[in-house]
Design a protein around this ligand. Structure first.
Ligand SMILES: [Zn+2]
Length: 452
């Protein structure tokens, strides 16, 4: 069934819904949630059509706070297997340097298709590889996001510290500071929507403080303030990074961030594993949020983000799948389960529940991307919803439907609504041939990895 945005649609009588006072479902209209229907009530909204959600568990749309879409082209690359972060990067940079516009478009489209099918309604992407010929990487990405109808916060990433200057990446994938800043300003002016309900937003995102110069870190912070956009980078991912920072800057990564003008509430950081207790307090005071990426952190054996210690200190935490070369999947619902398992093993059964994990990927992630209009099923919020069926072998016999999603391992949404429009119906992306996408994407990946 399709729906136009103007008419009112009652998502009727779900098996369960992650919302208060909405036992009989919700009414969406004009891209928003306009009514919560309590037990024993019927909608007050006039001329409402009904969608029978009698087989569905309804969640707020999941929000992905960290990814590198292009990396879907380099999953399980033999040369990068079983390596820690720095040597892993060094194995992959030469392949990424060969990216073409066609491959990039396919890599990004495939990542977003994978995400939306897992129940994701909004995603960020951290794109920082701009080899010659890919100067319009963000333009390619905006076009791909619009085609799929996904809500996005795309970051104009950057690297300007190459091997020539003591950095990690090869010279061929970095740009100079002026080029980076000019393109950052261009893409913000062209694409960033600061309003409520925005579908496309832009943030600025040096790859990490160790692949850009101090000057670029500072000028990025100044530009983000002037343009009023968010900022993102990787931080405190590995112990290697702490040593690198001590050697290069004679301080710890968070001190360096502060020195660069980055300790403020525009910032969300990927990983945040190796902060001490005092640093966590400083993050809370500054209003910095953290993207927890449990699968990537386990794959690269980087350590475990202290999510509960952060939340106890007042730091908001969201969930990210991270790039497909270190996860290697872009399935956000599976990431919720991974976060639940990892954090529960760290903090115990009374401290972490399935509801905490779902909250991190919705409300927590919304804080990371600086949005108050998504991440919860409440009156007036955008109608971004993920609907799961419990009709697979793995759910058979389950009791609590919301717990079953996390504990039994839900991995594929049956329906996904973004801004009142169905983006996924009956487990299929509306108007998209996934088989064709897989065959074109895998051919592009083979070609890229072979270097021909
Ligand atoms: Zn990352």
């Amino acid at each position: 069934m399709t729906n136009d945005e103007k008419s009112a649609l009652w998502i009727k009588d779900p098996v369960a819904i992650l919302a208060d006072g909405a036992d009989r479902g919700i009414v969406v209209q004009g891209g928003r949630i306009v009514e919560l229907v309590a037990a024993g009530r019927s909608p007050a909204t006039p001329e409402v059509k009904a969608f029978d959600a009698g087989q569905h568990v309804v969640l707020p749309g999941l929000i992905n706070t960290h990814h590198h879409f292009y990396q879907t082209l380099t999953r399980a690359v033999p040369a990068a297997l079983d390596r820690e972060l720095f040597p892993w990067l060094q194995a992959l940079y030469p392949i990424w340097a060969r990216l073409t516009p066609e491959a990039l478009d396919l890599g990004m489209t495939l990542a977003m298709a994978e995400l939306v099918l897992s129940g994701c309604t909004m995603t960020t992407d951290h794109h920082y590889v701009f080899p010659a010929g890919l100067e319009d990487g963000i333009d390619i990405e905006v076009a791909a996001a619009k085609r799929l109808g996904l809500r996005v916060l795309l970051t104009r990433g950057s690297m300007n510290l190459s091997q020539r200057d003591g950095g990690l990446p090869p010279d061929s994938v970095v740009q100079d500071e002026d080029t980076i800043l000019a393109d950052s300003e261009r893409v913000v002016a062209r694409y960033h929507d600061a309003g409520e309900g925005a579908m496309i937003q832009i943030a600025l995102a040096p790859c990490s403080p160790f692949s850009v110069t101090t000057s670029l870190m500072r000028s990025t912070a100044d530009l983000a303030k002037r343009l009023n956009v968010r900022m993102h980078t990787h931080l405190a991912e590995t112990e290697d990074e702490n040593r690198f920072c001590q050697e290069l800057y004679k301080c710890r990564p968070l001190d360096y961030l502060e020195d660069c003008g980055w300790l403020n509430d525009r910032v969300w950081l990927a990983h945040g594993i190796h902060f001490d207790a005092d640093e966590i307090k400083r993050l809370a005071r500054a209003g910095i949020t953290i993207s927890h990426c449990p699968c990537s952190n386990q794959t690269l054996a980087s350590g475990t983000c202290p999510v509960c210690a952060m939340e106890d200190a007042g730091v908001r935490v969201g969930i990210g799948v991270d790039g497909s070369a270190s996860n290697d999947a872009s399935n956000l619902m599976q990431e919720v389960r991974a976060a639940f398992l990892l954090q529960r093993s760290r903090y115990g059964v009374t401290k972490v529940s399935h509801l905490d994990a779902l909250r991190w990927a919705t409300k927590g992630s919304a804080a990371c991307v600086g949005r108050t209009d998504i991440g919860e099923i409440v009156l007036g919020a955008m109608a971004d919803l993920a609907l799961f069926k419990l009709d697979e072998l793995r759910f058979s016999g389950s009791g609590d439907p919301l717990a079953a999603l996390v504990l039994c391992g839900a991995h594929r949404a049956d329906r996904v609504m973004i801004g009142g429009r169905w983006a996924v119906e009956n487990g299929q992306i509306s108007g998209r041939d996934v088989g064709d996408l897989i065959s074109r994407h895998s051919a592009a990946a083979r070609k890229l990895q072979a270097g021909s």
